[in-house]
Design a protein around this ligand. Structure first.
Ligand SMILES: *Cc1c(COP(=O)(O)O)cnc(C)c1O
Length: 405
């Protein structure tokens, strides 16, 4: 594990969980103790050889790491520009990058003597990843999910139940992910003695954004070994889709000190930024506080969260990880958006041309790679983090294509 490898002078967050003016801890007094306990335990374990060896073994034998890097030769040739390479997180157990983080957090829970897992989920992917590791370790698992999302994601709800999790419908607010997060926090306050809260992305109060980034950094660290071995150098650009930002942070973080590698995050432009129906938080949002940290948010002029829209449920979050907010402001990473229609096009293109069906979230990053590849020289390398596979999106793709399954 190279999880703790220093990345040049970049050494964030600070002791209080700040990334520039972002991040921090904005929670009720009753949660401070739980967060402090978590921070202390994680600080010890992230340096602990036995813990890292155990995590490494689980990532290899249960998750299936390392995932390969793959040259999308036919797609690159068709576009006639730079070479597009894919980091195959779609080949992980449960089909996406999310298992990297849930595996790290459940091991942490085990070492802290916790027996009950709670999680929030929107599309259900983080709920499934949490229920999977809870089953693996024989722990009780409760997943909070907005009742609106439960209706939209019945297959994932059933999947969680098969894995032994209890799915609790949340009826407050817009009955979606942000409301599920609030409810999970409430549960944690009440049951903090035996309960570990697994957050699904690089958001929430410190130490979560740092912890989730570290657990996902295994992806970027693998690329850092794989690219020089296979082609003798680092990529010229690294692209990833950004919902909360965990798969992007996982590939960006190990490269922050490599100033020649361009980092590009791709947000959900929905029906277009001008339509107001999107989830492009960094491209179109303003700083504020939500879910325990300061970051960019999609909000109205009174600071009320505006309902977001994206064809991909996993990008449909009105906030974004605070470290991305800082990387945007200081210019180290660039953030762009891609519309539903462009993502859907990219989904079909990658499926037809390479035989790889990406998740609709991932299709946003693919769409941007397709856009920029023609302007890159043939010897330049664009690496896309293929965060997940598209099997879960069959119903959505069929529906928007007017096909009845
Ligand atoms: C959940 C999900 C995302 C979005 O979450 P991030 O925290 O931004 O990575 C992206 N891709 C896939 C496949 C997902 O399941």
């Amino acid at each position: 594990m190279q999880m703790n490898e220093p990345v040049n002078e970049y050494n964030l967050p600070d002791a209080k969980g700040h990334y520039g003016p972002y991040g921090g801890i904005f929670v009720a007094e009753t949660l401070m103790h739980a967060l402090e306990e978590l921070r202390k335990n994680y600080e010890d374990l992230r340096e602990d050889k036995d813990f890292l060896a155990e995590l490494s073994s689980e990532l290899k034998n249960f998750v299936g790491r390392p995932s390969p890097i793959y040259f999308a030769k036919r797609l690159s040739e068709q576009l006639g520009g730079g070479q597009i390479w894919l980091k195959r997180e779609d080949l992980n157990h449960t089909g996406a990058h999310k298992i990297n983080n849930t595996m790290g957090q459940i091991l942490l829970a085990k070492h802290m003597g916790k027996t009950r897992i709670i999680a929030e989920t929107g599309a259900g992917q983080h709920g499934v990843a949490s229920a999977t590791v809870a089953a693996r370790y024989g722990m009780e698992c409760v997943v909070y999910m907005g009742s609106e999302d439960i209706k939209r994601q019945s297959t994932n709800v059933y999947r969680m139940k098969l894995l032994g999790a209890k799915v609790v419908p949340v009826e407050s607010g817009s009955r979606t992910l942000k409301d599920a997060l609030n409810e999970a926090m409430r549960d944690w306050v009440t049951n903090v003695n035996d309960t570990f809260y697994i957050i699904g992305t690089v958001a929430g109060p410190h130490p979560y954004p740092m912890m989730v980034r570290d657990f996902n950094s295994v992806v970027g660290n693998e690329i850092k070994d794989q690219m020089p071995t296979e082609i003798g150098r680092h990529p010229d650009a690294i692209l990833a889709c950004v919902g909360g930002g965990s798969n992007a942070m996982g590939v960006f973080y190990p490269y922050i000190g490599e100033k020649n590698v361009k980092l590009i995050g791709v947000e959900a432009g929905g029906s277009g930024i001008d339509s107001g129906k999107h989830a492009a938080t960094l491209c179109a949002g303003q700083p504020g506080v939500l879910h325990g940290n300061r970051t960019y948010l999609i909000q109205d002029k009174n600071g009320q969260i505006i309902e977001t829209h994206s064809i991909s449920a996993g990008l449909d979050y009105p906030g974004v990880g605070p470290e991305h907010a800082w990387l945007k402001d200081n210019g180290r990473a660039e953030y762009v958006s891609v519309t539903d229609a462009e993502a859907l096009d990219a989904f079909h293109t990658l499926t037809r041309v390479e035989g790889i069906m990406p998740a609709l979230e991932t299709a946003h990053a693919i769409a941007h790679a397709i856009k920029i590849a023609p302007s890159y020289d043939k010897n330049k390398i664009i690496l896309v983090n293929l965060s997940g596979r598209g099997d879960k999106d069959m119903d959505t793709v069929a529906r928007v294509s007017g096909i009845h399954l």
